[in-house]
Design a protein around this ligand. Structure first.
Ligand SMILES: Cc1ncc(COP(=O)(O)O)c(C=O)c1O
Length: 306
C-alpha cells in the first residue's frame, strides 16, 4: 500500500482506492476536461512551488464551460485542495498535478447528451521529470494526422477525449523515428506539437501560431511571450504559420507545462538553422527554468509556495 492520496467524490482517499465505475459517462465518451499543472521542488526553501496554478484553474473553468460541465467546487477551492494534496503526499520532487472535471453519471441511455449531467471533480499527483529530453535538440516530423477543429472538438478546451488525436500523432511519429511531431490544421497551417505549443525564431523575431489556429492556449506559451518581450526585448508575432516556415526557421522549440522549453534541431530530416540549439532557445529555456523555480523576483506571483 503506497502512502499517496488522491481526491475523489469529495474526499481524500488512498490512491489505490481512487476508482470509478466502468459505467461512468466520462469513461464511455471521453466527456471530461483536465489540467496538467507542474509543481517544482525548491531546494533553497525546502518547499514545493506550484507554477501558475490560478491560470490553470481558470483554463479548467473555461474548458468546463465549453463542455457544459458544472464542477461542484470553484477554482479557489480547487487550488486549496491542490495545496492540501501536495502536503498529504509529502511531495519533495518535481510533480505533475492532474485535476479533472468529469461527467460522473452512471446512466447510459440511448440519447447521448451533455446537458443536465452529474459532474464531479477529482485530483491526483505523480512525480514527473523529463517528459522530453530537453538537453539536446529534438528531431520532429510533420504528422500525417490533422489537428482537431474548433467546430468539431475544440482544441481550446482541454478535453480528455480529444487526446486520441495526440496519441495517434505522437505514436505514429515515434514509430516513424521522430522524437515528436508537429500537427497541421485542416487548412495546412502549423497548429502545434502533439501536446505542446511551438515557437519559431526568424530574423530574431519569435513567431507562434495564433490562438485561432486550433491550438490549446498554452500557459507556457503565454509565459514565454512575456519573458521574451519583457526580459529579452524580442518582438513576438502570433499568426498562421506555413509548413515550410519550419524548414527555413533559424531556431525552433516546443513549449508546455510537462515539456518545458524543448529545442528542436531538425524538422523532417532538415536541420533547423545551423543544426545546433539556438541562442534564443537557450536563453528562454534558462529564463523559464528560473521562473518556475521562483528565482525571478519580478515573476514571483506565478509561484505558489507550499
Ligand atoms: C494539446 C496541447 N497543446 C499545448 C499544451 C501546452 O499547454 P501548457 O503550456 O498550458 O501546458 C498542452 C499541454 O498541456 C497540450 O496538451
Amino acid at each position: 500500500m503506497s502512502d499517496q492520496y488522491a481526491y475523489l467524490r469529495g474526499e481524500f482517499v488512498p490512491l489505490e482506492n481512487a476508482s470509478i465505475s466502468i459505467r461512468t459517462h466520462a469513461f464511455l465518451y471521453g466527456t471530461a476536461v483536465f489540467e496538467g499543472i507542474k509543481a517544482y521542488w525548491l531546494p533553497e526553501s525546502g518547499q514545493m512551488g506550484v507554477f501558475r496554478m490560478a491560470d490553470h484553474y481558470k483554463r479548467l473553468q473555461q474548458s468546463s464551460h465549453i463542455l457544459r460541465l458544472r464542477s461542484p467546487i470553484d477554482a479557489d477551492k480547487m487550488a486549496e485542495l491542490t495545496i492540501e494534496l501536495i502536503k498529504r503526499n509529502q511531495c519533495q520532487a518535481n510533480t505533475y498535478i492532474r485535476p479533472i472535471v468529469y461527467k460522473a453519471d452512471l446512466r447510459i441511455g440511448p440519447i447521448l447528451t451533455i446537458a443536465n449531467t452529474q459532474d464531479d471533480f477529482c485530483l491526483f499527483t505523480v512525480p514527473m521529470d523529463g517528459y522530453l529530453d530537453t538537453s539536446k535538440g529534438l528531431h520532429v516530423g510533420v504528422s500525417s494526422w490533422r489537428r482537431l477543429d474548433d467546430n468539431a472538438i475544440p482544441a481550446r478546451a482541454k478535453v480528455n477525449g480529444a487526446y486520441v488525436n495526440t496519441a495517434l500523432a505522437k505514436t505514429d511519429g515515434h514509430l516513424a523515428g521522430f522524437d515528436d511531431v508537429v500537427v497541421l490544421t485542416n487548412e495546412g497551417h502549423v497548429a502545434e506539437g502533439s501536446a505542446m505549443n511551438l515557437f519559431l525564431v526568424r530574423d530574431n523575431c519569435l513567431i507562434t501560431s495564433a490562438i485561432t489556429e486550433n491550438i490549446l492556449e498554452g500557459i507556457t506559451r503565454s509565459t514565454l511571450i512575456d519573458l521574451a518581450q519583457k526580459e529579452l526585448g524580442l518582438s513576438v508575432v502570433t499568426r498562421p504559420i506555413d509548413r515550410t516556415e519550419l524548414y527555413v526557421a533559424d531556431e525552433a522549440f516546443f513549449a508546455g507545462t510537462a515539456t518545458e522549453v524543448a529545442p528542436i534541431t531538425k524538422f523532417d530530416h532538415r536541420p533547423v538553422g545551423d543544426g545546433n540549439v539556438g541562442s534564443i532557445s537557450k536563453q528562454l529555456q534558462d529564463l523559464y527554468s528560473k521562473a518556475v523555480h521562483g528565482l525571478l523576483p519580478k515573476y514571483d506571483r506565478w509561484v505558489t509556495r507550499v
